[in-house]
Design a protein around this ligand. Structure first.
Ligand code: SF4
Length: 753
């Protein structure tokens, strides 16, 4: 090992937030923006919604309603850099393919629609109208509408997403791969069976009343940073914050709030976690069963633990759950979770003593082969003590993209209900297809196998986000048509089909002026709050279309005979919202209600102890066994993919991961020191991470880290190479990004001589 090999691996001793966060905001502004005043409009009642995560807005007490990573998201979009026709004249497609993902997006905002010209190997300017015409012609040349895939990113507004699903269903398919398929589909599929809704049940105010907050499988310091303020306030008033996570994450340990001068001058910041349990990757199912088993044992010994009245009045299935817990041995629970029995019993003790409990979870729970089962065990745990429908209690899935939940609400799903389709058909005089469509994995399988021949992405970087990128890239290149609607160039735009089009659109930070005047769009956060977002900045180029206008343009070119007033809806987005309210009764008075600051909350049955299930009850759902990773052999190393602090999904803002002590590189794999020693390796060694079927993530720096034994972590999307397209939760279709069985091997050092 040489020092050169561990350059950039330094460790980190500070709290999350604090001066480091302020420095990072200043750097993001300096590197990207000409005018930083736009940041003052982020998450303000009259401003625009942060294009980052789906954490809700507080009651707007400050001019600074954004976090470090929100500032990165805004400055990344509001950059002064431009990718204009000259850029594409200078750089061929082949050359651009060699650029890193960071450099592609970092080049700036796209200013013109583009078409790939294979004879020059350059992307060349085309008009929107011509791009729409080419798209419509290619789609209409398909043998069957089901040969096309229509992706929707979770950043898409309710208005654009609603028009998108209308266009696609009028065209004749339910093929809606979306980013929810890759993150919280286990929530969307699992929770309706348990509690009758596929969403979280808490509000921001509930965090002010909880006696205990369990944080399982998520990293708020990076992925939803303003949650740290809620955790900080809860910790300071004495609520227990119980963390279960394989890696020690600074954002779950200590926080300095830049909004509180006292925090900024304190040496350590505010301690968040009152207990930190390093569960094995994939060990959550066992841990959750262990907590419930311990609760039942306490109930049998002392009584007063379970909420029998709630269980009797509101639930079904308790006896089956109790029988399953009795049949699951402590040996298996301890072995699978990696946690000692006493530690799990302490978690149960805290849970039982707390009158009001919130359980938060992220993709550490959902992105497993048994992700749906994990989610349902969390619901079981909450049901045991009636932790629904009371202030300070409930379930809190932490969503990624800012409108991923809203897009699903307004119809982006491959599995629409008959009731929804009937109302959609009645509102627009169409006949929607009834056959279920493709989710993200199914879409790529269809593309790979030749059953699909066209793919259109409304936002995102679809091919890079998926497992097995090489297979997905190859599938893309087999298409007759590939269209991406984006604000910035990314690798998916560079995957050439027979016809390849790139359509730039307005970003959320920009003014959206249509024939009817300036327009607002709306989004739904992860707590079911719907509110308006009004861009403030001048668009980066003249003539740039909004997403609703692009969808309408595609629809008119594809379906010219259809009597839908696309132009009228685009002229005034109130008309789109009126149609949404016509199709979805929960949006009644939509336009009036989004003109109220903070907007409105969509109905949430479990918050009122109403269960929208077949029998009107919440359900304890039983899953035998305790193997949460779904088939990993005992003793195998299980790798989880993670995001760095300089990253948002596939967007790489930079190569630092401050809270994990990594600077200027992403080729690292985090390993427990004892696992390193067992493998005959040392901190700083160059290793190959070897997955199933000969998949290899080559030449990574092994970094000794505080991570549970048997667990590894490496960055997404690079580590997606280790995951097969067929490796997913069979219930929800969520790729198993966090259940990757691997071994480590010392890499060959290539001599420089
Ligand atoms: S917590 Fe999420 S939504 Fe809020 S400012 Fe940060 S990135 Fe944006």
């Amino acid at each position: 090992m040489t020092d050169k090999l561990i350059e950039g691996v330094k460790g980190y001793t500070g709290a999350a937030g604090g001066w480091g966060a302020l420095r990072a905001v200043a750097l993001a502004v300096r590197n990207q923006m000409a005018d930083a005043r736009a940041l003052l409009a982020v998450n303000q009642p009259d401003g625009f919604d942060c294009p980052g995560c789906a954490w809700p807005d507080p009651r707007h007490g400050s001019s600074f309603e954004f976090c470090e990573n929100g500032a990165k998201a805004v400055t990344w979009e509001a950059t002064a850099k431009r990718v204009d026709p000259n850029f594409f004249a200078r750089h061929s497609a082949t050359e651009l393919w060699e650029w890193s993902d960071h450099d592609l997006e970092g080049a700036g905002r796209l200013t013109h629609p583009l078409r790939y010209n294979p004879s020059t190997d350059h992307y060349e300017v085309i008009s929107y109208e011509e791009a729409f015409r080419l798209t419509g012609a290619a789609l209409n040349a398909l043998d069957d509408p089901n040969q096309a895939e229509f992706y929707c990113s979770g950043r898409t507004s309710n208005e654009a997403a609603f028009l998108w699903q209308l266009y696609v269903r009028a065209f004749g398919t339910n093929n809606f791969p979306d980013c929810s398929n890759m993150c919280h589909e286990a929530t969307s599929m699992g929770l309706p069976q348990s509690i009758g809704i596929g969403k979280g049940t808490v509000t921001l105010e509930d965090f002010e009343h909880a006696d205990a907050i369990f944080c399982i499988g998520h990293n708020p310091g990076t992925n939803h940073p303003r949650m740290l303020s809620s955790l900080r306030d809860a910790a300071r008033r004495g609520a227990a914050i119980i963390v279960a996570n394989p890696m020690k994450e600074r954002g779950l340990e200590r926080f300095r709030s830049p909004q509180h001068p006292g925090d900024m001058i304190s040496r350590t910041g505010v301690q968040l976690a009152s207990a930190y349990h390093q569960v094995r990757v994939g060990g959550d199912l066992a841990m959750l069963k262990g907590i419930m088993k311990a609760l039942l044992a306490r109930e049998a010994a002392e009584g007063g633990v379970l909420d029998h009245t709630f269980i009797a009045e509101h639930t079904n299935g308790f006896e089956a759950l109790a029988a399953d817990l009795a049949a699951t041995s402590w040996d298996e629970i301890v072995r699978r979770s990696g946690l000692p029995r006493a530690e799990i019993e302490r978690m149960a003790y805290v849970y039982a003593r707390a009158e009001r409990v919130i359980i938060c979870y992220g993709m550490g729970i959902t992105q497993h082969r048994r992700g749906t089962q994990n989610v349902q065990q969390i619901a079981n745990l909450l049901l045991l003590r009636g932790n629904f429908g009371r202030p300070g209690a409930g379930i809190c899935p932490l969503r990624g993209h800012s409108n991923v939940q809203g897009d699903r609400t307004v119809g982006i799903t491959e599995l629409p209900t008959e009731a929804f389709l009937q109302r959609l058909d009645a509102a627009f005089g169409i006949t929607s297809p009834r056959a279920h469509g493709h989710n993200a994995v199914e879409a790529f399988k269809a593309m790979r196998d030749g059953r699909s021949r066209a793919v259109i992405s409304l936002g995102g970087n679809l091919a890079v986000a998926m497992p097995d990128p090489q297979a997905c890239f190859a599938a893309y290149r087999k298409m007759d048509l590939a269209v991406t609607v984006v604000t910035k160039l990314n690798r998916t735009c560079l995957l050439q089909a027979k016809e390849t089009l790139v359509l730039p659109c307005l970003g959320r930070t920009e003014q959206d002026v249509q024939a009817g005047g300036p327009q607002a769009v709306t989004v739904e956060d992860s707590m079911s709050m719907v509110h308006a977002s009004r861009g403030k900045l001048k668009p980066v180029a003249e003539g740039l279309l909004s997403e609703p206008a692009i969808v309408a343009g595609l629809a008119k070119a594809t379906l010219p005979g259809l009597a839908i007033d696309w132009d009228g809806m685009v002229a005034n987005y109130d008309r789109i919202r009126d149609k949404i309210a016509e199709v979805l009764p929960e949006f009644a008075d939509y336009n009036a209600r989004i003109r109220i600051p903070l907007g409105f909350r969509l109905p949430n049955g479990p918050s009122e102890r109403r269960w929208n299930t077949a029998d009107g009850k919440a359900h304890f759902i039983v899953h035998p066994g305790a193997d949460g990773a779904g088939g990993n052999a005992d003793g195998a190393l299980t790798l989880t993919t993670i995001r760095s602090h300089d990253q948002y999904n596939t967007t790489i803002y930079g190569n630092n991961d401050r809270y994990r002590g990594i600077t200027g590189r992403r080729d690292v794999v985090f390993v427990n020191a004892d696992d390193l020693a067992d493998a005959g390796l040392a901190h700083g060694d160059l290793v190959d991470v070897i997955g199933a079927s000969g998949r290899v993530l080559a030449r990574q720096i092994a970094v000794s880290h505080q991570i549970a034994r048997g667990s590894l972590a490496a960055y997404y999307p690079e580590a997606n190479d280790l995951i097969a397209l067929d490796d997913y939760d069979p219930v929800s279709g969520t790729p198993a990004y966090k259940s990757v069985t691997v071994t480590l091997k010392k890499a060959q050092i290539v001599s420089e001589a």
